[in-house]
Design a protein around this ligand. Structure first.
Ligand SMILES: *Cc1c(COP(=O)(O)O)cnc(C)c1O
Ligand SMILES: [Zn+2]
Length: 379
Protein backbone atom coordinates (compact mmCIF):
# COMPACT_ATOMS: atom_id res chain seq x y z
CA UNK A 1 0.00 0.00 0.00
CA UNK A 2 1.15 3.51 -0.76
CA UNK A 3 -0.75 5.29 2.02
CA UNK A 4 1.55 7.32 4.26
CA UNK A 5 -0.87 8.91 6.72
CA UNK A 6 -4.19 10.66 7.29
CA UNK A 7 -4.11 14.45 7.30
CA UNK A 8 -6.68 16.81 8.78
CA UNK A 9 -8.27 18.91 6.03
CA UNK A 10 -8.49 21.86 8.42
CA UNK A 11 -5.52 21.94 10.83
CA UNK A 12 -3.16 19.56 9.04
CA UNK A 13 -2.72 17.27 12.07
CA UNK A 14 -1.30 13.89 11.10
CA UNK A 15 -3.16 10.72 12.11
CA UNK A 16 -2.09 7.09 11.94
CA UNK A 17 -3.80 5.28 9.05
CA UNK A 18 -3.18 1.85 10.58
CA UNK A 19 -5.65 2.59 13.36
CA UNK A 20 -9.39 3.09 13.23
CA UNK A 21 -10.01 6.81 12.76
CA UNK A 22 -13.08 8.98 12.39
CA UNK A 23 -12.47 12.76 12.24
CA UNK A 24 -9.50 14.88 13.39
CA UNK A 25 -8.85 14.28 17.07
CA UNK A 26 -7.90 17.92 17.65
CA UNK A 27 -10.41 19.93 15.58
CA UNK A 28 -13.12 17.48 14.47
CA UNK A 29 -12.72 18.04 10.71
CA UNK A 30 -12.57 15.50 7.87
CA UNK A 31 -9.38 13.44 7.55
CA UNK A 32 -7.85 13.02 4.09
CA UNK A 33 -5.84 9.96 2.99
CA UNK A 34 -2.34 10.86 1.82
CA UNK A 35 -0.15 8.67 -0.41
CA UNK A 36 3.49 8.49 -1.33
CA UNK A 37 2.82 9.77 -4.84
CA UNK A 38 6.53 9.84 -5.70
CA UNK A 39 6.52 6.11 -5.14
CA UNK A 40 3.30 5.63 -7.13
CA UNK A 41 4.86 7.61 -9.96
CA UNK A 42 7.64 5.06 -10.12
CA UNK A 43 5.30 2.05 -9.85
CA UNK A 44 2.79 3.12 -12.42
CA UNK A 45 2.40 5.27 -15.50
CA UNK A 46 -0.90 6.40 -16.91
CA UNK A 47 -0.48 4.22 -19.98
CA UNK A 48 -0.39 1.13 -17.71
CA UNK A 49 -3.92 1.75 -16.56
CA UNK A 50 -5.90 1.27 -19.76
CA UNK A 51 -5.46 -2.49 -19.91
CA UNK A 52 -6.70 -3.09 -16.39
CA UNK A 53 -10.10 -4.38 -15.27
CA UNK A 54 -13.06 -2.04 -15.76
CA UNK A 55 -13.71 -1.23 -12.12
CA UNK A 56 -12.54 1.56 -9.85
CA UNK A 57 -9.86 -0.82 -8.53
CA UNK A 58 -7.90 -0.14 -11.71
CA UNK A 59 -6.43 2.73 -9.67
CA UNK A 60 -5.54 0.51 -6.70
CA UNK A 61 -2.14 2.19 -6.17
CA UNK A 62 -4.01 5.29 -5.01
CA UNK A 63 -6.60 3.43 -2.94
CA UNK A 64 -6.28 2.54 0.75
CA UNK A 65 -7.02 -1.21 0.64
CA UNK A 66 -4.71 -4.17 0.11
CA UNK A 67 -5.66 -6.24 -2.93
CA UNK A 68 -6.51 -9.36 -0.93
CA UNK A 69 -8.98 -7.42 1.22
CA UNK A 70 -11.04 -5.83 -1.54
CA UNK A 71 -14.81 -6.34 -1.38
CA UNK A 72 -16.13 -5.69 -4.87
CA UNK A 73 -19.33 -5.91 -6.89
CA UNK A 74 -17.71 -4.52 -10.03
CA UNK A 75 -18.22 -0.82 -9.19
CA UNK A 76 -16.84 2.11 -11.13
CA UNK A 77 -15.44 2.70 -14.59
CA UNK A 78 -18.81 3.92 -15.79
CA UNK A 79 -19.30 5.31 -19.29
CA UNK A 80 -19.00 8.93 -20.37
CA UNK A 81 -20.78 9.89 -23.56
CA UNK A 82 -21.70 13.06 -25.39
CA UNK A 83 -25.23 14.45 -25.27
CA UNK A 84 -26.60 15.42 -28.64
CA UNK A 85 -29.83 17.28 -28.35
CA UNK A 86 -28.59 20.72 -27.31
CA UNK A 87 -27.03 21.76 -30.56
CA UNK A 88 -23.47 22.89 -31.16
CA UNK A 89 -22.26 22.42 -27.63
CA UNK A 90 -19.84 19.94 -26.17
CA UNK A 91 -21.87 18.49 -23.30
CA UNK A 92 -21.03 15.09 -21.85
CA UNK A 93 -22.65 12.86 -19.24
CA UNK A 94 -21.07 10.38 -16.84
CA UNK A 95 -23.55 7.56 -16.28
CA UNK A 96 -23.23 6.47 -12.65
CA UNK A 97 -26.50 4.53 -12.66
CA UNK A 98 -24.56 1.52 -13.96
CA UNK A 99 -22.96 1.03 -10.56
CA UNK A 100 -24.09 -1.83 -8.26
CA UNK A 101 -27.25 -0.70 -6.37
CA UNK A 102 -27.84 1.83 -9.15
CA UNK A 103 -25.99 4.84 -7.77
CA UNK A 104 -22.45 6.14 -7.31
CA UNK A 105 -22.81 5.56 -3.55
CA UNK A 106 -21.42 2.13 -4.41
CA UNK A 107 -18.00 3.68 -5.05
CA UNK A 108 -17.61 5.14 -1.59
CA UNK A 109 -19.02 2.09 0.15
CA UNK A 110 -16.92 -0.43 -1.81
CA UNK A 111 -13.74 1.25 -0.60
CA UNK A 112 -14.88 2.21 2.91
CA UNK A 113 -16.45 -1.18 3.72
CA UNK A 114 -13.34 -2.97 2.41
CA UNK A 115 -11.11 -0.78 4.54
CA UNK A 116 -13.36 -1.18 7.60
CA UNK A 117 -13.16 -4.96 7.37
CA UNK A 118 -9.42 -4.73 6.87
CA UNK A 119 -9.25 -2.82 10.17
CA UNK A 120 -11.30 -5.50 11.94
CA UNK A 121 -14.65 -3.67 12.14
CA UNK A 122 -17.80 -5.85 11.97
CA UNK A 123 -20.74 -3.46 12.39
CA UNK A 124 -21.28 -0.31 10.35
CA UNK A 125 -23.96 2.35 10.75
CA UNK A 126 -25.00 5.10 8.34
CA UNK A 127 -27.63 7.81 8.21
CA UNK A 128 -28.91 7.96 4.67
CA UNK A 129 -31.52 9.57 2.45
CA UNK A 130 -31.65 6.10 0.90
CA UNK A 131 -28.89 5.38 -1.57
CA UNK A 132 -25.96 5.27 0.86
CA UNK A 133 -27.96 2.89 3.05
CA UNK A 134 -28.63 0.57 0.12
CA UNK A 135 -24.99 0.58 -0.95
CA UNK A 136 -23.80 -0.05 2.61
CA UNK A 137 -26.28 -2.93 2.98
CA UNK A 138 -25.06 -4.74 -0.12
CA UNK A 139 -21.33 -4.28 0.47
CA UNK A 140 -21.80 -5.50 4.05
CA UNK A 141 -23.71 -8.52 2.74
CA UNK A 142 -20.88 -9.23 0.32
CA UNK A 143 -18.24 -8.78 3.01
CA UNK A 144 -20.03 -10.75 5.75
CA UNK A 145 -20.56 -7.68 7.92
CA UNK A 146 -23.57 -6.08 9.59
CA UNK A 147 -25.17 -2.86 8.26
CA UNK A 148 -27.33 -0.57 10.41
CA UNK A 149 -29.20 2.05 8.39
CA UNK A 150 -31.09 5.12 9.66
CA UNK A 151 -33.34 6.67 7.02
CA UNK A 152 -35.94 9.46 6.95
CA UNK A 153 -39.42 7.92 6.99
CA UNK A 154 -40.22 9.39 3.55
CA UNK A 155 -37.46 7.31 1.93
CA UNK A 156 -38.92 5.48 -1.10
CA UNK A 157 -40.25 2.03 -0.14
CA UNK A 158 -38.22 0.42 -2.91
CA UNK A 159 -34.96 1.48 -1.21
CA UNK A 160 -36.14 0.22 2.17
CA UNK A 161 -37.00 -3.12 0.56
CA UNK A 162 -33.56 -3.18 -0.99
CA UNK A 163 -31.87 -2.72 2.40
CA UNK A 164 -34.09 -5.37 4.00
CA UNK A 165 -33.34 -7.77 1.15
CA UNK A 166 -29.63 -7.48 1.92
CA UNK A 167 -30.31 -8.29 5.56
CA UNK A 168 -29.61 -4.83 6.97
CA UNK A 169 -30.94 -3.56 10.28
CA UNK A 170 -33.18 -0.72 9.03
CA UNK A 171 -34.55 2.14 11.15
CA UNK A 172 -36.96 4.87 10.00
CA UNK A 173 -36.59 8.29 11.59
CA UNK A 174 -39.00 11.26 11.52
CA UNK A 175 -37.44 14.29 9.76
CA UNK A 176 -34.56 14.56 7.31
CA UNK A 177 -31.06 13.14 7.06
CA UNK A 178 -30.12 15.58 9.86
CA UNK A 179 -32.39 13.80 12.37
CA UNK A 180 -31.34 10.40 10.99
CA UNK A 181 -27.73 11.49 11.57
CA UNK A 182 -28.34 12.26 15.24
CA UNK A 183 -30.07 8.91 15.76
CA UNK A 184 -27.35 6.98 13.91
CA UNK A 185 -24.66 8.61 16.05
CA UNK A 186 -26.49 7.90 19.34
CA UNK A 187 -27.26 4.28 18.53
CA UNK A 188 -23.83 3.76 17.04
CA UNK A 189 -22.12 4.95 20.24
CA UNK A 190 -24.39 2.78 22.36
CA UNK A 191 -23.62 -0.40 20.40
CA UNK A 192 -20.05 0.38 19.22
CA UNK A 193 -21.01 0.44 15.54
CA UNK A 194 -18.58 2.31 13.33
CA UNK A 195 -20.20 5.45 11.85
CA UNK A 196 -19.93 5.82 8.08
CA UNK A 197 -21.66 9.24 7.93
CA UNK A 198 -20.56 11.40 4.99
CA UNK A 199 -17.01 12.76 5.43
CA UNK A 200 -16.89 11.70 9.08
CA UNK A 201 -14.57 8.81 8.23
CA UNK A 202 -11.71 9.03 5.70
CA UNK A 203 -12.44 6.26 3.18
CA UNK A 204 -15.76 6.84 1.38
CA UNK A 205 -14.11 9.92 -0.12
CA UNK A 206 -11.37 7.70 -1.59
CA UNK A 207 -13.98 5.64 -3.41
CA UNK A 208 -15.76 8.70 -4.75
CA UNK A 209 -12.52 10.32 -5.89
CA UNK A 210 -12.14 7.57 -8.50
CA UNK A 211 -14.71 9.48 -10.57
CA UNK A 212 -12.00 12.13 -10.99
CA UNK A 213 -9.46 9.54 -12.16
CA UNK A 214 -11.97 8.12 -14.62
CA UNK A 215 -12.95 11.53 -15.96
CA UNK A 216 -9.27 12.28 -16.64
CA UNK A 217 -8.66 8.92 -18.26
CA UNK A 218 -11.86 8.91 -20.32
CA UNK A 219 -11.17 12.43 -21.60
CA UNK A 220 -7.68 11.21 -22.57
CA UNK A 221 -6.01 13.22 -19.80
CA UNK A 222 -7.45 16.55 -21.08
CA UNK A 223 -10.01 17.62 -18.52
CA UNK A 224 -13.32 19.28 -19.46
CA UNK A 225 -13.70 23.02 -18.79
CA UNK A 226 -16.65 22.68 -16.42
CA UNK A 227 -18.01 19.87 -14.23
CA UNK A 228 -21.51 20.13 -12.79
CA UNK A 229 -21.98 18.08 -9.65
CA UNK A 230 -25.23 17.51 -7.69
CA UNK A 231 -24.17 18.39 -4.17
CA UNK A 232 -25.64 16.94 -1.00
CA UNK A 233 -22.86 16.09 1.44
CA UNK A 234 -20.29 17.00 -1.22
CA UNK A 235 -18.21 13.81 -1.18
CA UNK A 236 -18.08 13.52 -4.95
CA UNK A 237 -17.19 17.16 -5.53
CA UNK A 238 -14.41 17.10 -2.95
CA UNK A 239 -13.28 13.67 -4.14
CA UNK A 240 -13.07 14.62 -7.82
CA UNK A 241 -10.97 17.65 -6.89
CA UNK A 242 -8.71 15.53 -4.67
CA UNK A 243 -8.18 13.20 -7.64
CA UNK A 244 -7.15 16.13 -9.84
CA UNK A 245 -4.62 17.26 -7.21
CA UNK A 246 -3.17 13.75 -7.01
CA UNK A 247 -3.13 13.39 -10.80
CA UNK A 248 -1.20 16.62 -11.10
CA UNK A 249 1.33 15.42 -8.51
CA UNK A 250 1.64 12.19 -10.47
CA UNK A 251 2.34 14.23 -13.59
CA UNK A 252 -0.59 12.61 -15.40
CA UNK A 253 -2.46 15.88 -16.04
CA UNK A 254 -1.39 19.49 -16.40
CA UNK A 255 -2.89 22.83 -17.32
CA UNK A 256 -6.21 24.27 -16.26
CA UNK A 257 -8.49 22.30 -14.02
CA UNK A 258 -12.24 22.34 -14.57
CA UNK A 259 -14.45 24.93 -12.92
CA UNK A 260 -16.47 22.94 -10.40
CA UNK A 261 -20.16 23.81 -10.13
CA UNK A 262 -22.22 22.69 -7.15
CA UNK A 263 -25.81 22.11 -8.15
CA UNK A 264 -28.53 22.07 -5.50
CA UNK A 265 -32.32 22.34 -5.35
CA UNK A 266 -33.99 25.66 -4.51
CA UNK A 267 -35.73 23.68 -1.73
CA UNK A 268 -32.42 22.94 0.00
CA UNK A 269 -29.50 25.09 -1.11
CA UNK A 270 -27.20 25.82 1.84
CA UNK A 271 -24.05 25.73 -0.31
CA UNK A 272 -25.52 28.07 -2.93
CA UNK A 273 -26.56 30.55 -0.26
CA UNK A 274 -23.12 30.53 1.38
CA UNK A 275 -21.39 30.86 -1.99
CA UNK A 276 -23.54 33.86 -2.98
CA UNK A 277 -22.85 35.54 0.34
CA UNK A 278 -19.12 34.91 0.04
CA UNK A 279 -19.07 32.85 3.25
CA UNK A 280 -16.65 30.07 4.14
CA UNK A 281 -19.24 27.96 5.95
CA UNK A 282 -22.90 27.20 5.29
CA UNK A 283 -25.77 27.81 7.68
CA UNK A 284 -28.32 25.04 8.25
CA UNK A 285 -31.16 25.29 5.69
CA UNK A 286 -34.60 25.70 7.28
CA UNK A 287 -37.45 23.42 6.17
CA UNK A 288 -35.54 21.55 3.46
CA UNK A 289 -37.79 20.05 0.80
CA UNK A 290 -36.96 18.60 -2.59
CA UNK A 291 -37.72 15.53 -4.68
CA UNK A 292 -33.96 15.09 -5.12
CA UNK A 293 -33.42 13.12 -1.90
CA UNK A 294 -29.64 13.04 -2.30
CA UNK A 295 -29.62 16.86 -2.28
CA UNK A 296 -31.81 17.11 0.80
CA UNK A 297 -28.87 17.73 3.13
CA UNK A 298 -29.66 20.88 5.12
CA UNK A 299 -26.23 21.25 6.72
CA UNK A 300 -23.37 19.42 5.00
CA UNK A 301 -20.66 18.38 7.46
CA UNK A 302 -17.85 19.37 5.07
CA UNK A 303 -19.32 22.73 3.99
CA UNK A 304 -15.93 24.49 4.17
CA UNK A 305 -14.30 21.88 1.93
CA UNK A 306 -17.09 22.15 -0.64
CA UNK A 307 -16.85 25.95 -0.69
CA UNK A 308 -13.06 25.78 -0.91
CA UNK A 309 -13.20 23.57 -4.04
CA UNK A 310 -15.71 25.90 -5.70
CA UNK A 311 -13.53 28.92 -4.92
CA UNK A 312 -10.20 27.32 -5.89
CA UNK A 313 -11.62 26.12 -9.20
CA UNK A 314 -13.25 29.48 -9.96
CA UNK A 315 -16.50 27.57 -10.13
CA UNK A 316 -19.97 28.38 -8.94
CA UNK A 317 -22.96 27.12 -6.99
CA UNK A 318 -26.45 27.27 -8.44
CA UNK A 319 -29.86 25.92 -7.60
CA UNK A 320 -32.69 24.67 -9.80
CA UNK A 321 -36.35 24.17 -8.93
CA UNK A 322 -38.02 20.77 -8.64
CA UNK A 323 -40.06 21.71 -11.73
CA UNK A 324 -36.86 22.27 -13.70
CA UNK A 325 -35.60 18.91 -12.42
CA UNK A 326 -38.76 17.12 -13.61
CA UNK A 327 -38.49 18.78 -17.02
CA UNK A 328 -34.83 17.76 -17.24
CA UNK A 329 -35.71 14.13 -16.38
CA UNK A 330 -38.18 14.08 -19.29
CA UNK A 331 -35.74 15.76 -21.69
CA UNK A 332 -32.89 13.40 -20.86
CA UNK A 333 -35.18 10.40 -21.22
CA UNK A 334 -36.80 11.43 -24.51
CA UNK A 335 -33.92 13.07 -26.28
CA UNK A 336 -30.90 11.25 -24.92
CA UNK A 337 -32.18 7.85 -23.76
CA UNK A 338 -30.97 8.45 -20.21
CA UNK A 339 -33.29 7.73 -17.28
CA UNK A 340 -31.70 10.09 -14.79
CA UNK A 341 -32.31 10.39 -11.07
CA UNK A 342 -33.53 13.87 -10.00
CA UNK A 343 -30.08 14.74 -8.63
CA UNK A 344 -28.43 13.97 -11.96
CA UNK A 345 -31.18 15.71 -13.91
CA UNK A 346 -30.57 18.82 -11.78
CA UNK A 347 -27.09 19.15 -13.29
CA UNK A 348 -28.55 19.05 -16.79
CA UNK A 349 -31.05 21.79 -15.90
CA UNK A 350 -28.24 23.82 -14.32
CA UNK A 351 -26.12 23.42 -17.45
CA UNK A 352 -28.86 24.96 -19.56
CA UNK A 353 -29.24 27.88 -17.13
CA UNK A 354 -25.48 28.49 -17.00
CA UNK A 355 -25.13 28.29 -20.79
CA UNK A 356 -27.93 30.83 -21.11
CA UNK A 357 -26.34 33.16 -18.54
CA UNK A 358 -22.95 32.99 -20.25
CA UNK A 359 -21.09 31.30 -17.36
CA UNK A 360 -20.45 28.40 -19.73
CA UNK A 361 -19.42 29.32 -23.27
CA UNK A 362 -20.67 27.44 -26.30
CA UNK A 363 -17.16 26.34 -27.22
CA UNK A 364 -16.40 24.95 -23.76
CA UNK A 365 -16.58 21.28 -22.87
CA UNK A 366 -18.85 20.53 -19.94
CA UNK A 367 -19.62 17.35 -18.03
CA UNK A 368 -22.77 16.60 -16.05
CA UNK A 369 -22.94 13.64 -13.70
CA UNK A 370 -25.98 11.39 -13.50
CA UNK A 371 -25.36 10.03 -10.04
CA UNK A 372 -28.02 7.34 -10.10
CA UNK A 373 -30.86 5.60 -11.87
CA UNK A 374 -34.34 7.11 -12.20
CA UNK A 375 -35.84 3.72 -11.35
CA UNK A 376 -35.63 4.16 -7.59
CA UNK A 377 -37.86 7.23 -7.49
CA UNK A 378 -41.61 6.95 -6.97
CA UNK A 379 -43.00 9.35 -9.60
C1 LIG B 1 -25.87 11.02 -2.22
C2 LIG B 1 -26.32 11.43 -3.56
C3 LIG B 1 -25.94 12.66 -4.11
C4 LIG B 1 -25.12 13.67 -3.36
O1 LIG B 1 -23.81 13.21 -3.25
P1 LIG B 1 -22.70 13.89 -2.35
O2 LIG B 1 -21.42 13.42 -2.94
O3 LIG B 1 -22.90 13.42 -0.95
O4 LIG B 1 -22.85 15.37 -2.46
C5 LIG B 1 -26.32 12.93 -5.41
N1 LIG B 1 -27.07 12.06 -6.13
C6 LIG B 1 -27.46 10.87 -5.63
C7 LIG B 1 -28.28 9.96 -6.47
C8 LIG B 1 -27.09 10.51 -4.33
O5 LIG B 1 -27.49 9.33 -3.84
ZN1 LIG C 1 -7.77 19.10 12.59
Amino acid sequence: MNVTHLECSNCGAVHDHDRIQTVCSSCGSTLLVRYDLEQVRELLSRSDVWKREGTLWRYSEVLPVEKKNIITLGEGYTPIFQLKKLENVSLWLKEESLNPTGTFKARGMAVAVSRARELGITDLVVPSAGNAGAALSFYCARGGMRAHVFMPEDTPAVIMRECHAAGADVHCVAGTIAEAGVKAREEGMKHSWFNMATLQEPYRLEGKKTMGYEIAEQFHWELPDVILYPTGGGTGLIGIWKAFEELEDLGWISGNRPRMVSVQSTGCAPVVKAFREGKKTAEPWENPRTIAAGLNVPHPFADTLILRVIEKSRGSAVSVTDEEILTAIRELARHEGVYACPEGAATYAAYQNLAASGFIDRDETALVINTGSGLMYPY
